[in-house]
Design a protein around this ligand. Structure first.
Ligand SMILES: Cc1cc2nc3c(=O)[nH]c(=O)nc-3n(C[C@H](O)[C@H](O)[C@H](O)COP(=O)(O)O)c2cc1C
Length: 186
């Protein structure tokens, strides 16, 4: 079983990004298991906590969960043309202590979600910049910029037009599954 972390850059109860992550997880094949990793309890990264052995329990739990993953799908909104702080914070926590990053070599996909037309392009590429440094092989194609999300999902988070939208989401998941298999076999 390949364990796929679903990491979402929004804490909002009714988050579109959470809804998209759930729909993507449903489309994974049977030999892939989606593991949703919540970011709600993560205190802002402070290197003193690591250096002084005063590590918050939520950081330890997050690092342990992330270590178990084979691959990661990041689903994120865009905040002020960049990555929401909560997601950047999770990347930072997982990347330390130095030399013990939980992210190293894990295949990843980036999906940006926005109610607007620009589809979170800025967040998508700022996130890719960090993932390159973290040595995560990032799926190149298909790129996943999901704009005008309010028109794609209904109030319960299901597809308004499954033929089009589910089919598009399936291409993202299929690409990610292939990408993960290729990279894990290296
Ligand atoms: C602080 C803040 C900054 C935002 N900046 C952007 C932005 O740069 N681009 C964009 O498309 N939407 C922006 N938005 C709107 C979000 O896309 C919208 O609130 C979206 O629903 C958030 O994602 P979520 O539904 O997953 O929580 C911003 C929202 C907030 C709260």
């Amino acid at each position: 079983m390949t364990k796929v972390g679903m990491i979402v850059g929004s804490l909002r109860k009714e988050s579109y990004s959470k809804k998209v992550a759930k729909l993507l997880a449903e489309l994974l094949p049977e030999d892939f298991e989606a593991v949703f990793i919540p970011l709600d309890e993560l205190a802002i990264y402070n290197q003193d906590f690591d250096d002084e052995g005063n590590v918050p329990a939520a950081w330890t739990q997050f690092r342990e969960q992330a270590k178990q993953l084979d691959a990661v799908i990041f689903v994120t909104p865009e905040y002020n043309r960049s990555v929401p702080a909560v997601l950047k914070n999770a990347l930072d926590i997982g990347s330390r202590p130095y030399g013990h990053s939980v992210w190293d070599q894990k295949p990843a996909a980036v999906v940006s979600v926005s109610p607007g037309k620009l589809s979170g392009f800025g967040a998508n590429h700022h996130l890719r910049q960090s993932l390159v440094f973290l040595n995560m092989p990032i799926m190149q194609q298909p790129e996943a910029y999901i704009g005008e999300i309010g028109q794609l999902l209904d109030e319960t988070g299901r597809y308004q037009n499954p033929e089009q939208t589910q089919a598009f989401f399936q291409t993202i998941v299929d690409g990610f599954v292939n990408w993960t298999k290729q990279n894990l076999s290296k």
